[in-house]
Design a protein around this ligand. Sequence first.
Ligand code: NAP
Length: 244
Amino acid sequence: MQIRTHIGVSLDGIMGTPDGIPAWDAMPTFVSGKSHGYAEFLAQCEAIVIGRTLFDFAHSYWTDQGIWAWEGYRVYVLTSQPLPPNLHPDVIASEGDAAGLVRQLHAANLTRDVQVLGGARTIRAFLELDAIDELGMVVLPVILGDGTPLFLPGSLARTDLQLVHQRAFPDGAVELVYTRAIAAEPERRRSPDNHCRRSQASLPHAPRARTVHLKVTARAWHAFCCHFRQCGNAKLAETRADSG
Ligand SMILES: NC(=O)c1ccc[n+]([C@@H]2O[C@H](COP(=O)([O-])OP(=O)(O)OC[C@H]3O[C@@H](n4cnc5c(N)ncnc54)[C@H](OP(=O)(O)O)[C@@H]3O)[C@@H](O)[C@H]2O)c1
């Protein structure tokens, strides 16, 4: 089991627009669940890690409209708050912070890989723990200028990486997949427990901030539904998101 990412990021390092739309959606060539190598990536995974912000969108669509984007996958939610009742049966809450979640994943006897999908704060929490085995990203040929950055200045220790895969797509997007550089690995490996306090201190994830974010990103969940092949009727979701 490997913990991996497949992040769509603009050339200026943005994961999502200020209103929560994933950077992927800037690409007219983006096809939900299929383009930019995502179908083959997801086929290698058994579980998805999502942050509470992303989960709250998923859950409200699941309860209100019966739309669940990750059918067939275990979905681990990084959260410090209790999850609501009537969950989708595949949802599992983190035990503690990101470090606890990393331990859960390693103890889960997964035979295939785990995608840390996002959002940005969730990916950063895993990066801070050095818990990403394979850091994959698709650099999109667009400068978004504003939004949620993948990396924040000063949030990470130096990490030496080695490029294990690269390819360019016809639209100019470039996939880059890195693992830890072998020579640097012994120094880089760190206990999740050592990083737990640092993650909590440095990452802003107050519930109030999440609530505000939820209000402004109704369209974002539609984008995520379209992002995954299980979405079904994307047109219907769009109509519902717009009317909601
Ligand atoms: N381009 C892409 O590939 C991609 C993919 C996914 C998302 N996105 C973008 O990412 C953005 C949403 O991301 P987000 O950062 O706002 O939300 P998020 O990562 O989905 O969720 C953050 C929440 O996770 C919980 N959490 C618990 N422990 C944490 C820890 N140690 N560190 C961080 N979070 C912790 C917190 O909720 P509690 O208060 O419950 O603890 C926090 O509010 C959107 O703009 C979306 O478009 C982009």
